[in-house]
Design a binder for this molecule. Sequence first.
Ligand SMILES: Nc1ncnc2c1ncn2[C@@H]1O[C@H](COP(=O)(O)OP(=O)(O)OP(=O)(O)O)[C@@H](O)[C@H]1O
Ligand SMILES: [Mg+2]
Length: 238
Amino acid sequence: MSEMLELKDVSAGYGTFQALFDVSLTVNTGEAVAVIGPNGAGKTTLLRVISKLINATQGALVMEGKPYNAVPAHTVISLGIAHVPEGRRLFPRLSVEENLRMGAFIPSARKGFEERLDFVYSLFPRMKERRQQMAGTLSGGEQQMCAIGRALMSGPKLLLLDEPSAGLAPVVVQSIFELIRRIRAEGYTVLIVEQNIQQVLKVVDRAYLLETGRIRMSGPAAELLGSDEIRRAYLGMA
Ligand SMILES: Nc1ncnc2c1ncn2[C@@H]1O[C@H](COP(=O)(O)OP(=O)(O)OP(=O)(O)O)[C@@H](O)[C@H]1O
Ligand SMILES: [Mg+2]
């Protein structure tokens, strides 16, 4: 399997506060990988570093064999990396379809716009029904679909998802994880950050446990799900 994304000994922070310490991880082409960990562990920071919203203070970022530390944030999307941020960040007063259009602003995505839109609507029939509705009036689960759809409109290779299940009712959480399974089956490579450990470990291949900015454990999802440490600390099982 070829490596799509690789982080080597990456550190980062905010001002004098260090949030990530020597984080190394890889995401192979076609894989779904999770980063799990408690509040404040640095999960969002990690995705921000990968999409260059903040700079690594140390270490290397490599996409498809090419280091990209020096690439500015606005060109990361043309490397094939699309980020669905924490809290969705839709344009609330624009329609669903206008939000989707915003995801296709890069020249390479503009060409295939209609095909991509059809693809997103086939993945999320609900978005097609609601295409004229203002995004701010969608339900939480629908907003998450719209945010994921918008990211897919750029034709990414790697999809970064920051806690897609946050704030959703259990039944909606189920459908979001089911969607992730489908996106993955469509051939996308996915890196997902989640606190919903039990659920996410069922849809990914491998996972990393991040605690206070450090990778504490990594391995096949089933292995982490079965680990005593994770069961005790995060799943509330003895
Ligand atoms: N803009 C910022 N300025 C200063 N410190 C920040 C900033 N953003 C995050 N931090 C700090 O960095 C650490 C990691 O935060 P981060 O948001 O990456 O955690 P997280 O794992 O995503 O948590 P959660 O699960 O609650 O979303 C925290 O201690 C947080 O307070
Ligand atoms: Mg976060």
